[in-house]
Design a protein around this ligand. Sequence first.
Ligand code: SF4
Length: 682
Amino acid sequence: MAKRLYTPVKLGNIELSNRIVMGPMGLGYANDGYVSDRLLEFFRQRAKGKPGLIIVGGTQVDKKRYTNTAGLHCFDEKYIPGLKKFTDMIHTESEGKTKIFFQFLHHGRYSKQKDIGGVEAVAPSAVPSPYTKFEMPHALTIDEIREIVGFYGNAARIAKEAGADGIEICTNSGYLIGQFFSPITNKREDEYGGSLENRMRFYFEVVDAIREAVGNDFVVTTRIGGSDLIPGSNTIEDAVKIARAISDCGRIDALSVTGGWHESSVPQVTMEMPWEAFSFLGRTIKDNVDIPVMMSNRLGIEAAERYVEEGALDLAVFARAFLADPEFAKKAAQGRYDEIRYCIGCNQKCLDRLLTGRGIVGCLANVSCGLECDYVNQNKELPDQVISEHKENILVIGAGPAGMEFARVASARGHKVTVCEKNERSGGQMLYAAMPPRRKDIDLLRTYLENVCKNQGVCFITGRKISADETEFLNSFDRIVVATGSKPVIPDIPVEEGADVVMSLDVLSGKKTTGRKVVVAGAGAVGTQVALSLAEEGTPSAEAVRSFLMFGMDTPDNIAAMLNKGTKTVSIVGKKIGKGIGPGTKFSMIARIKQLGVNQYKGFHVIEIKQNGACLEDGEGNREFVDADTVVIALGTTPDNELYEKLKGLGMKAELNVIGDAQKSGYISDAMEAAYELAVTL
Ligand code: SF4
């Protein structure tokens, strides 16, 4: 019998074919508010996997204050033809199995004047947000409130005419309606402020306007935060009251529960947060309402199956899971868990790009994400869904992210691929990247690549170092792809005899230990991770903390303080702490560096290593000496391309390519992109 997650469910008057929901995301794929080819091809690939519902995030309703950087516009008739093409495409590609909702979003104080056509951002009260660098919003007048309520009704009419199956009203994450709900952003003294009933008035007026526009048969749902995760703002207890009021109003067909506000200091969608950590929010709401409840945020597929089976949730919402794997719903329904390319919560090509405005939203794990329209052929197939007309016998040297991604795509295209890896395990830099605390989800990507390659017939030979002398072996291939990765940069600085100097990767892998006082030379992603790992040594484990709290060993505050007292004194030295780490992850890592009391020497570099410490110098010639038993070198990497250079000089009959770090040191995402781009040309 099918698990309940994969069985139909009714939402209002419609039935979803299954309970997996592709959740709303800010993608920025719309073209000046219109449906674009990029957006269509992105969603086409997801609709093919047949989730029960796709909710399209960021749909703009306010014709005066729409954000230029956000999603679709739904406030004028001129957008209807494009939106209709979009909804028709979803229904057709999914063979009628997937419904589509538009999520109505108003940024309120979360917009900057420059992003909304030069008009002032609005909010319930003039309370600025750290999310917009404290740009002051304008407190809405009663007339403006009524006008915006009208915009929601107008947008609902347009969405219905455009063939949407429903609408989701966004009240979560700190956007306009949530700003009305919260006592920290709603300081009004009129009928829209004060009591919770008053703070919810704007929302219910929006619901009335939508219902008036689309009638009672059209499906309208609402997304709420299960807790704002902001001091002084709504907690889970408040969220329960909000949810009950929505459920009791009888005009909303389902609730979707997510986590807190964007400006919260609690990491919510990064790999630092354990899977299922926020599921209690959805389950608590479910226990208190009479309408279906869906839940998102770090919800793994197996937990979702369990919760829906038990009736603790009705539907499960996955968002970035669909960036990483368009076929997520299909593979899950077929029990092909090993073949799912999971979102690893790195934020690098999704949230970080949204926050910095650099590049379009993509996915580190899935190179073609967001680029589908650039890669699909005339049959709308991606290159890794098409067999090559010129099959080759290919040797890949190195099983890091570049080597494995190349092998995955090349083997999917029908090439015969052999991967030789000098180490006993595949993974390259992914193995190290997954070692620090709370980074182990990176291993999901390594495991996925290995599983899929093996399923596609790739021959993996580990523990096999290839030498340029093996001409007979090398010449048995049509093509050799060198993906030998990188090696650490060793600084040219004086080191006193007897000084304890170790490389960062040896510390992360546990091959080398350090003394009690440690200087980490280098403050990029690796240096910061090493400093954090070392500073956490000696702090109580999660299981110990659980026991301390359960048995009341000390006050929660004292127990929390123990998490910041490791056994080592750690100092980090570099131009900028956390250089190269994206903003979606950096904020919490820097906060943790401070909590743990890591000494930060910003703007300095190590100029000499002594037995008892490190001499530092800044850009102005100022010097410091830091006591240390051990100095850890984390000064970046340089291409390990010796083999490639030798092979190049041999004039072999095989074609020769170099990809990834072996060509140019960079991020895992750079290595994956280079691999994909080469493989799709073969
Ligand atoms: Fe997930 Fe990272 Fe891909 Fe974003 S870039 S969807 S966090 S794997």
